[in-house]
Structures are given as structure tokens and as C-alpha cells.
Write a protein that binds this ligand. Sequence first.
Ligand code: AP5
Ligand code: MG
Length: 192
Amino acid sequence: MSYRLLLVGPPGAGKGTQAELLCEALDIPAVSTGAIFRAHAAANDELGQLAASYTAKGELVPDEVTNRMVDARLDESDVAGGFLLDGYPRNVEQVAALDGLLAKRGIALDAVVLLVADDDVVAKRLLGRAAEQGRADDTEDVIRHRISLYHQTTQPLIDVYRERGLVVEVDGMGTVEDVSTSIRAALDSFIG
Ligand code: AP5
Ligand code: MG
């Protein structure tokens, strides 16, 4: 059984947290565009500097840059047996780009896991993380902007995948363990 999955949800829904648990259980790599941008920013290379100029404001990095980066990542050998994309695609244009990236490799998605969580809860989680980790985009204003951008720009792609019958919706408001159990159960009954 191959697993080619997307994990979609608002900032602070627990995508990164759940990606780690799910990927360990399914033995597939997690590919987080946000994490790749942060790694480049930490290395202070050209891509990192460019990405940071957008991520610091909670804006999306331009599609062309992001799509090219994902294309290169999907060429790496570890994703041959499956993968979980966390935070990509993030708008309908990126959905079309991903369709192309998958089609040229002759592969398709198995499911899109949607983590649902309330705005006020995710904002509180991110403010909590700001205190612990000091992520540059976890300031109150930028958190608010990331949440509103999610509703405007990212949420519409859920309907695209819903029409394709790929969306598996999971309540992201419980404990980390509860949410993890719900994701596994929902995926098991969806994919079999
Ligand atoms: P990205 O890194 O994807 O950030 P995000 O979507 O804003 O989401 P977060 O990583 O903040 O939250 P998460 O859902 O992963 O939650 P987490 O598990 O960490 O993107 C960052 C930026 O990069 C974007 O703003 C954009 O600029 C750029 N970018 C990325 N992808 C792009 C793309 N495709 N195109 C263009 N630009 C792109 O949990 C959050 C906190 O809550 C943690 O402290 C955690 O411990 C806690 N927590 C998790 N689960 C629970 C729970 N169940 N109960 C209580 N606390 C919990
Ligand atoms: Mg994350």
C-alpha cells in the first residue's frame, strides 16, 4: 500500500505535530514547505532570504519558487514509496501545479486529510509556541494575518479536492493523541 497524502488545515491546527506521528506510523517522509523554507532561512542562503521576506509577514512565498522547490523534492529517492505533504498546496494555483508534478511522474494522491480547528484555539496555540520556540512568524499580527489568508486563499482548495472525493475530515481540537487516533481511524476506513 502506498500513501501519497496531503495534510491541510489552518496555521496551528497541528499539521506538523500530526505529520510527524502519522509519517512514523506509515513509514513515509513528511514534506513541509514551511519547514524547508525555515531550514533555508536558518542557512541564510538565497532561497532562505527570499522566503523569509514573505514568511515573516505571513504572506505566501511566490508560487513559482514554491512549486519548483516541491518538484525538486519529489525527485528525491525517499518519496518514491509515498509521502505526506504538509502545507502544500496552499492555493488553487498550487493545486494545478501539483496535479502536473504528480501526472508527469504517473502518480496520484490517495487522500487529503483536513484538520479542522477553531481560529481562537489555533491563535492561542501559536502564541504559546511563540513563547517556546520564537518562530519569526508567530507574532500576534502575523498569526492573525496567516489565519485570514488561510480562509481566503487556502480553504477554497478543499472544495476542489472534495469534488474529487479525496477529503478526509478530522476534528483537530482534541489532545495530540486524540487527533492522531482520529486521523489513523479516518484514513483506515477511507483507504482501507
Ligand atoms: P507553515 O510552516 O506551513 O506554517 P502554518 O501553516 O502557518 O502552520 P504552523 O506550522 O504554524 O502550524 P501547524 O498546523 O503545523 O501546527 P503545529 O503542529 O506546529 O508555513 C509557514 C510559512 O511558510 C507560510 O506562512 C508561508 O509564508 C510559507 N509557506 C509554507 N508553505 C507554503 C506554500 N505552499 N506556498 C507559499 N508559501 C508557503 O502546532 C502548533 C502549536 O500547537 C505547537 O506549539 C504544538 O505543540 C501545538 N499543538 C499541536 N497540536 C495540538 C493539540 N492537539 N492540542 C494542543 N496543542 C497542540
Ligand atoms: Mg507546521
